[in-house]
Design a protein around this ligand. Sequence first.
Ligand code: ZN
Length: 481
Amino acid sequence: MSVFDLQCADGEITRLWQQSITDELVDYIRIPAKSPHFDADWAGNGYIDEAVEHIAGWCRRQPVEGLQVEVVRQDSRTPLIFMEVPGTLDDTVLLYGHLDKQPEMVGWSEGLGPWQPVIRGGKLYGRGGADDGYAAYASLAAIGALQAQGVAHPRYVLLIEACEESGSYDLPAYIEQLADRIGSPSLVICLDSGAGNYEQLWVTTSLRGMASGTLEVEILSEGVHSGYASGIVPSSFRIARQLLSRLEDEASGRILPEAFHAEIPAQRREQLAAVAETLGDGVHTAYPWVEGARPVGDSTLERLLNRNWRPALSVIGAGGLPGIDSAGSVLRPGTALKLSLRLPPTVDGEAATAALKQLLETDPPYGARVQFNAEASASGWNAPLVAEWLDQACQRASNAVFGKPAMYMGEGGTIPFMAMLGESFPEAQFLITGVLGPKSNAHGPNEFLHLEYAQKLTTAVAAVLAEQAGQARPGSRRQAA
Ligand SMILES: [Zn+2]
């Protein structure tokens, strides 16, 4: 068995990024492969399939020994790329990513656009490059670098799904169908997460869950002159506000019902205190504030706890409100608001969604017709205790590649797959990391992939894979620390 040479691997990976992966991602950004929630006719439009073929095609061309690339399909579901690299060690590592994208969103800067790849200042702008198109390329590149050096390694399974941005509702069926071929991984690697800066390896220790849906308030069967109706007919907007106040203190943003809160584990608090120390004001200055605006909370630690371990409401869409240009003086018949309630990692998504529905629908003000149409919920995820070997592998990889230690931080976002996997493989260790650092703005305008960071992260993943392979012994299961 040969020893892994990190410098040599870094050279290979850098070359691959510069000669091939970056160009592939440029073409991938041009494909408007919006997730099914944002493109109801995704099957007819064919963009998801185009993205699948684009990524699978590149993977098939890689000189990875024994690599099998298969596009798996179940009738009306989004397809899934399943890849397998046979190993010489009796162990399985699962690597996960997704290729479906968020919708366009407005506010892109001059010269940039969601389906218009632009490289500027070492950043590749465009939708989906960082979230999460690069993952399939980076995962296979890391495996390839390991294999090129003849390192004995376990079996690798790669899952690239096309439904993540819609809550991964197609994924469980595939996991079930492929259960035997996936096996029971001892390590799961996911490259769809965040980074606190672009200077070290960031390991995600928790993800928030989500309860979402549309709150509909109807008070009239048709609109009426607001001079004639206001003061007698209550405004549906005011009723919606009143209902939201059951959920949220509008002055502080605190979510009121205890059911949506969870106890914050002491270890997570300590880790976030270390992150607060490292990033300081960088945690809030990373956002595109307007001049003079201030963040929530009165310390960096409080803000990190808010984003990782406390529930928070966002109103992400509205119905029943005409655009400003066509707004007449009318008391409108109804108001609909699309709500997204992020949940602490350990709160059950389904139970929270049911509680939200009850909270909003019970005893409607003025007898208005109030309905909360829930969408599929998602539970968050809290990582199991990190095994000693994995912690050390991450620290060594980060120090070697970036010259700084690895950091542990929770993420405010949701990756539904993690909760599913955590349940399916309670014994597995997890390395959840990603390139979504300051201003990378996944889901918003001006999303970018920080190319140098993505390249270095690929090398860091290869280093962790090499250490994992060194841990695994033929025929014996590693013991968890
Ligand atoms: Zn993503």
